[in-house]
Design a protein around this ligand. Sequence first.
Ligand code: SIN
Length: 506
Amino acid sequence: MTSSQAKSDVIVVGSGVAGLSAALAAAEQGAQVRVLTAGEALSGSSWWAQGGVAAALGDDDTPAFHAADTLAVGASLNDRHAVDVLVEEGRRAAIDLLAGGVPFDGGTLPDLGLEAGHGHRRILHAGGGATGAMLSAALLSRVLDHPTIQLVDRTPVDGLLLAAGRVVGVASRGKRYRAGAVVLATGGYAGLWGRSTNPPGNRGVGLWLAWHAGATLADLEFVQFHPTALNLPGAPAFLLSEAIRGEGARLVDAAGREVIDPLLPRDVLSRALTRRLNDEGPVYLSLRHLDPSFVEGRFAGIAAQLRSWGLDLPRDPVPVAPAAHYCMGGIRTDTDGRTDLPGLYAAGEVACTGAQGANRLASNSLLECLVFGGHAGVAAVRDEPGACAHWPAGPLPEVGEQEAGQTAPPPTHYPVGSLARRLDRDLGVERDAVSLRSLAASLPHPGVPEAPPDHLTAGLVARAALLRNESRGAHYRTDAPQTRPEWRGRILWRQGEPPRFEEVLD
Ligand code: SIN
């Protein structure tokens, strides 16, 4: 077998917490697993995640309380079953991580933090605001030690291979990797915005792959803006974790006066801050009233990063503004990561199980990666016990031929910076029909086969936001500010079909 036709039982695309969890779960089912990652193994959004893992571990807490908070923030768009799986299995996953020695702050009796929308202290953190990095590193070391998992870095996937209506592998730079099942765990698309807390690579490539293979996408209009990202000329929109506000940080004006409740839900706070920034001037995160040694210890990673921009976290007011942060929408899956395309699974931010509803509760994101990543890995093996039999007997078609997925994207129409600026302006915390229509018209129609990933995703999100003629969760239309009961459902998209609406039931 040549390397260009190497086979595995399961291919996982992406090496964040969802991908690594899927790989480990599949390998525990006895599968040979190959993890393909576009860049270095530890470079995606999981690695960047500061905030923690929410799990009902406190004496006064239960998964039912955690579910209630998740539903309250999700604006009636959550899939109830997915929420129950998330909070119940999430609690077990957190206990397993603690037992497995993942170094959460506080050790085996971890310090439980508070974040907006949570009625109880239930956030596990690690590394002084470096939870994602610590968790990713712990999972990666298990993956690297595993005898049946192979990790291949610097291997961007540019097409899914299809045969007889099912996904049978992936293409990367002219090489073909065959598999019984493929799990996409490529992250979200919030990196498309200019002001974004995400790594620049989070541009919706997983959605593009799934779309061209014929899988359904859902909830694309729901993009969460984090209220407190750094707003300093010349510096990136570096995340100032919600955990900082959970520990008592204030939001103040230039005179040091507190201007707003720092623990409002993210969507409400982002809108309030956007209006205030437009109308009244800058807002700052202030920790001056807290013990400086506590701040330096608890948020060591964040404090160190801020020093590189000349800011002293315990003493200086830190200018903040909202930034695109997390996508509730993605490839439609069930709670086992199954898409509607045989052989294709998805988990983590690239997927849409419906667990996060129209607005994600803080620190439910790494949790979804752990829980649904694991589920996808198991299902990819169990659903397809004889999946290798689906491999065509002869050689697979060359990439770019009829049955192969799309090849490497053509150049973008906009220079990247200019698309990012348009999204900031027209598809931000607040949107309206006029700007959405103009944005959608400037991007290729989703039916255009050569639309590059950036443009396909941005165009679908703009169209979804235009269609949803109401405000709900993270989607706020200034020209339709009410939540409308008839819009309680998902907008579903599949290549070659008009968008469909699917009601959400209790
Ligand atoms: C944060 O630390 O504020 C981000 C965590 C999250 O998005 O849940």
